[in-house]
Design a protein around this ligand. Structure first.
Ligand code: ADP
Length: 380
């Protein structure tokens, strides 16, 4: 069902935010210039609370209060406030900017017969975003949800490799592309439309029209059998291409993947800030390659440090979803075309993916994932 929620009233939102005081200046948050990138969408509101890095901890309760205040505004069913650190050389605080104007061409859309759409994103490449996207989707399928994966990583589509897909999707009688199927998942890759040889510089602009096409022209589900969940594997990074994609799709939420290194964790904050610009709820943060289990004792060896993603999740007010170990079986299965959920469903990584999927499903429940009893599916 398409949403018919109204767009929250901007004046009411600003008034609610200005009733919360900045502990430093004593002014309301809007007057103090702390509200950045205010985004208003049907039923949702979000913005970035930009504060000096040294004050981040102090502003945590302010963030919580602002999110509660947003959530209390008429018409807001989902509120998202991300605490971000202003860089030291940043220009003086500016007043709250206007919500980006929307035209029909850029209005976010939801594909037909798809109940929920989530994005899996990362601030940089190589952190295991696609591995998480595919295995999370496989975990949803194993839980019985009708699940699709859309590989939107225009810079390095990896879905065909990770699911062992060959061939091109066929076109159905209604002229819609029929997704490929593997391991109980419906799958389409942007690699079909943006050819491997295409120069990098073309890929960004091509991505946004390709994604619109993939959302419009793929038969993800039918009236009788809608897809419960579409997982979008986003391109890595937080630049214009990623933001445009996030703006094109009505996302029900985003999962951010990071490794424990500090540099990756800084990118988590950027990722969260990007989703705040589209008022997309952050469903949570996943720490990938969190530790290496000692081959003899199983004790965790913390190669890149550990637990940082949990701290950043807390800081940005997002749930921490789980830690995936460095797992040779996970790499081998992914690179060999089989999700770990199918290759080793009882192994440690598969168990973590199931736990993460359950947490995500619970967070989506207001939107409907848990309203239908899941079918029992055995992956093969
Ligand atoms: P991204 O999508 O972020 O670029 P990928 O999911 O393609 O990253 O992963 C990059 C490489 O790292 C792949 O070869 C993948 O199999 C491997 N990999 C990802 N996560 C893990 C993990 N937890 N343990 C071992 N290898 C992993």
């Amino acid at each position: 069902m398409a949403t018919t929620l109204p767009i929250p009233d901007r004046a009411a939102v600003l008034k609610a935010l200005d009733a919360i005081l900045d502990p430093v200046s004593g002014q309301g948050l809007v007057a103090a210039g702390l509200v950045h990138g205010l985004a208003l969408r049907p039923g949702r509101a979000g913005f970035m609370l930009e504060v000096p890095p040294e004050d981040a901890a102090r502003y945590q309760p302010v963030r919580d209060a602002a999110e509660a205040a947003l959530g209390a505004v008429d018409g807001v069913t989902q509120a998202q406030v991300v605490l971000t650190a202003a860089s030291p050389g940043a220009p003086p605080r500016a007043p709250a900017p206007a919500a980006a104007p929307r035209t029909a061409a850029t209005a976010p859309m939801k594909p037909a017969h798809v109940r929920q759409v989530i994005a899996v994103a990362s601030g940089k490449g190589g952190v295991g975003k696609s591995t998480v996207a595919v295995n999370l989707a496989a975990a949803f399928a194993a839980m019985g949800y009708r699940t699709g994966v859309l590989d939107a990583d225009v810079y390095g589509p990896s879905l065909p490799r990770m699911l062992g897909l060959g061939g091109e999707p066929k076109v159905g009688p209604d002229k819609k592309l029929i997704p490929l199927e593997a391991f109980g998942l419906k799958a389409v890759s942007i690699g079909l439309l943006v050819k491997e040889g295409a120069p990098m510089i073309w890929r960004g602009p091509m991505a946004s029209s390709a994604i619109t096409q993939l959302l419009n022209d793929v038969a993800w589900g039918t009236e009788d059998e809608p897809l419960d969940l579409l997982v979008i594997d986003m391109p890595p990074g937080t630049g214009d291409v990623q933001l445009t994609l996030a703006q094109r799709v009505t996302l029900d939420g985003a999962v951010i993947v990071s490794t424990p290194q500090e540099v990756a964790l800084i990118d988590v904050r950027r990722g969260a800030a990007m989703f705040a610009k589209t008022a997309t709820p952050i469903l949570g943060v996943v720490e990938n390659m969190a530790y290496f289990p000692d081959p003899t004792t199983g004790a965790p060896i913390e190669i890149f440090g550990r637990g940082g993603a949990r701290g950043v999740a807390e800081e940005i007010g997002a749930p921490f979803l789980g830690e995936i170990p460095i797992d040779i079986a996970l790499r081998q299965s992914g690179d060999g075309g089989t999700p770990i959920l199918a290759a080793a469903p009882d192994g440690p990584s598969a168990r973590v993916f199931i736990e993460i999927a359950a947490k995500v499903a619970a967070r989506l429940k207001d939107g409907g994932l848990s309203k239908r009893p899941p079918r029992i599916v055995i992956l093969d």
